[in-house]
Design a protein around this ligand. Structure first.
Ligand SMILES: [Zn+2]
Length: 432
């Protein structure tokens, strides 16, 4: 079974070839047994998938800290029981660690706990033993008053430590924790695989940082950008701390106007990737976007996966919206963003020949998925760099985009960042 997870970037295939393959359409054989049986098989499969995904995978509950007057990075790090380096690691947008400002947002990384999904036949003491922690501690962390009452599929949080038992070996421990031996050794300053002793407390290495997420993004998008240096973009070059806010899927009478109000208040220019489907009745919103100094760009007419379209269909998807926007504003858009980020080389060539440049993103706020302001900040801030293109949305009713936006703007401004439109960030023309 193929699952796409990690979710940050819709095209998350390991190779470009993979990224460009269409969806799996493997026919499912019709099972012969009774319906009841099918249900339980489905359930078991679903459970296995959950367990495969979560087993040994750390889940981290990062937190947002809003700086108060007089606070220092060191003080904040101490308060949360983490090192200053680890705090800085999650906030690499910070240019000068000595200068943090009241109201600025910091992401506090959780070096905390792992998740364990309860399997058939598990007992609490057995689970505790396998992770090398006292049963009482496990019960306490998970608010379990009756240790006999565990259910299959229940998710338990396990502390980020392992107490070495008699007879343990490092490879065994690494395997049971789902981490590499070398990470475990580095994390605990171990000289060799033999240098562990019963009763020793090992700390479990933490998850990839923003740095590694961005490296994965470069690994995925870099080759495409290298094949189409004039046509395909997902971030800008570092150049004096500039970032670009982008909003997809509007215009929306309520949401786009609310976003425009905030951008106006903070004097921040942005880029709006318009969706043809959202246009009816909103031409005044489009006019306002232009009048207030923002850039218009295309997000196609119907939000299809364009890899599935014929050349003629993609042409229609682009031209319908392009002409509509031209009729309203007199501007002919030259930038486009593919829906879901899905695109292949043939699409890029066709769009290039039509006079378009493709602009994806390097920071996904996931503001459409997460409705919690803090969670959106946690998704966003650790990945911000000089040249970031930040993906947001302006079409969802009741979205928290309007609440999170001022904090993102103020935090980055306090560190000296400037907001620009994507065409300015990339040094390309927004219109033809
Ligand atoms: Zn979209």
């Amino acid at each position: 079974m193929k699952t796409t997870h990690g979710g940050t970037y819709p095209v998350s295939a390991k190779s470009d070839r993979g990224a460009y393959q269409s969806k799996d359409t493997v026919p499912v054989p019709e099972p012969n047994y009774r319906r009841v049986m099918q249900m339980s098989v489905k359930k078991i499969i679903a459970l296995c998938v959950i367990m495969m995904v979560l087993w040994g995978t750390p889940v981290y509950a990062d937190q947002v800290h809003r700086v108060s007057p007089g606070e220092t990075l060191n003080g904040i790090a101490r308060f949360y029981g983490i090192t200053t380096d680890s705090l800085l690691g999650s906030n690499q947008y910070i240019v000068n660690p000595d200068l943090i400002f009241p109201g600025q947002v910091l992401i506090v990384p959780d070096t905390g706990k792992h998740a364990y999904v309860v399997r058939p036949g598990d007992t609490l003491s057995q689970i505790a033993q396998s992770f090398g922690v006292p049963t009482a501690m496990l019960a306490n962390i998970n608010n379990i008053s009756n240790p006999d009452f565990l259910y299959v599929g229940q998710i338990l949080l396990v502390p980020n430590m392992y107490i070495v038992r008699e007879g343990d070996t490092l490879p065994q421990i690494a395997q049971s924790l789902g981490v590499s031996i070398s990470d475990l050794m580095t994390e605990n300053n171990l000289r060799g695989p033999q240098s562990i002793y019963p009763g020793q407390t090992l700390s479990i290495p933490s998850r990839p940082t923003g740095r590694e997420e961005l490296a994965a993004l470069d690994g995925e998008m870099g080759p495409i950008a290298a094949r189409f240096p004039e046509t395909f973009f997902y971030k800008g070059q570092p150049n004096g701390l500039r970032v670009a806010l982008t909003f997809d899927d509007g215009p929306d009478r309520v949401e786009t106007n609310a976003v425009l109000d905030i951008l106006k208040q903070y004097q921040v220019p942005a880029t709006f990737f318009l969706l043809g489907r959202s246009m009816p009745g909103n031409s005044d919103v489009v006019e306002r976007i232009v009048a207030e100094g923002h850039t218009l760009a295309s997000h196609t007419t119907n939000h299809f996966d364009i890899r599935e379209l014929t050349e003629q269909e993609l042409r229609t998807e682009m031209l319908t919206l392009e002409n509509e926007v031209y009729d309203i504003t007199g501007l002919r858009m030259a930038l486009m963003r593919p829906p879901y980020g899905f695109i292949n080389d043939a699409n890029i060539r066709q769009l290039r020949d039509m006079g378009y440049k493709v602009v994806k993103w390097s920071v996904d706020t996931n503001d459409w998925r997460d409705i919690d302001v803090d969670q959106v900040l946690i998704n966003t801030m650790p990945n911000i760099r000089d040249g970031s293109i930040i993906l947001m949305h302006d079409y969802l009713p009741e979205s928290m985009t309007k609440e999170v936006l001022p904090e993102i703007i103020q935090s980055l401004r306090s560190q000296g960042y400037t907001f620009v439109t994507v065409d300015e960030l990339l040094g390309i023309d927004a219109y033809r």
